[in-house]
Design a protein around this ligand. Structure first.
Ligand SMILES: NC(=O)C1=CN([C@@H]2O[C@H](COP(=O)(O)OP(=O)(O)OC[C@H]3O[C@@H](n4cnc5c(N)ncnc54)[C@H](O)[C@@H]3O)[C@@H](O)[C@H]2O)C=CC1
Ligand SMILES: Nc1nc(O)c(N)c(N[C@@H]2O[C@H](COP(=O)(O)O)[C@@H](O)[C@H]2O)n1
Length: 219
């Protein structure tokens, strides 16, 4: 499986403000680039923190791109994947609206009645890990279902776990022309952070986009 992490951060490295509300860091060209990335992916993944903050749909917005997917034998939209250890995804979340397959990655600690509720809402529930989603096992299960190209959009907690598990192959970051600030605002990579064995990146591309810069790295 190829795992690409893509996100947009302010010039000072924040994904959003301390209010953790959805905030457009990208401009139209970057959002269009992300739409193309989604169209090229088998699945798009976020953490439940992002579902609760943004209520994203994670679908391909451009009709021609959806049509091109169908023409090559894929579903209109990539599958959606939410890491949600104890199931905090609301049943009326857009990721459960039926416009794409949705995987909910949960832990063994997820309450059984919530699991049933999510399955009734049409989600495939995949359990991996005791208290928290074990991303290595969960992604291996997704790969077994034919998901070879995974796009991860955030947020910072999930991105840290994927780096910690050594699962990230590529990182693309749009650095937007904004300063957000705030010690409690989410950054690109949060979690506990690294104190040694920092993941090493190799810069593969730099491009000016929307008054900011798009950086692409191999891990
Ligand atoms: N600017 C951008 O490109 C993006 C911004 N965001 C912003 O990021 C913020 C949300 O980010 P976070 O709070 O970091 O939440 P997150 O989206 O990373 O979700 C973290 C949650 O996922 C669950 N989880 C289950 N298994 C996990 C595992 N193994 N590792 C990590 N988490 C696991 C936990 O409940 C955890 O609290 C929001 O403010 C949202 O607007 C989110 C995505 C992209
Ligand atoms: N690339 C990018 N730039 C930003 O400025 C953003 N705020 C995000 N957020 C991500 O996009 C999701 C919204 O998706 P839908 O439009 O609802 O399909 C959001 O949840 C973040 O993952 N991304």
């Amino acid at each position: 499986m190829h795992v690409l992490v893509n996100a947009a951060m302010s010039a000072d490295g924040k994904l959003s403000s301390r209010r953790r509300e959805q905030l457009a860091v990208s401009g139209p060209d970057d959002f269009d680039r992300v739409d193309e990335l989604r169209a090229e992916s088998d699945a798009v993944m976020v953490g439940v923190g992002t579902v609760l903050a943004d209520d994203p749909s994670l679908t391909v917005k451009d009709a021609d791109r959806r049509a091109a997917r169908v023409e090559r034998g894929d579903s209109e939209n990539p599958a959606r994947v939410v890491a949600d250890s104890r199931i905090r995804t609301p049943p009326d979340a857009k990721v459960l609206d039926g416009s794409a397959e949705t995987y909910l990655l949960v832990s063994e600690a997820a309450p059984t009645d919530f699991v049933e509720e999510m399955e009734d809402a049409g989600a495939y529930v995949v359990a991996a890990g005791e208290d928290r989603v074990d991303v290595t096992t969960a992604l291996a299960k997704l790969e077994g279902d034919g998901i070879d190209r995974l796009l991860v959009e955030g947020g910072g907690e999930l991105i840290f776990s994927l780096f910690e598990a050594g699962l990230v192959d590529e990182l693309s970051v749009f650095v937007g022309p904004k300063v957000i600030g705030g010690r409690d605002a989410p950054t690109l990579v949060d979690g506990d952070g690294f104190v040694e064995e920092f993941p090493e990146l190799e810069l593969t591309d730099v491009e000016r986009v929307d008054g900011g810069v798009l950086l692409t790295w191999d891990v």
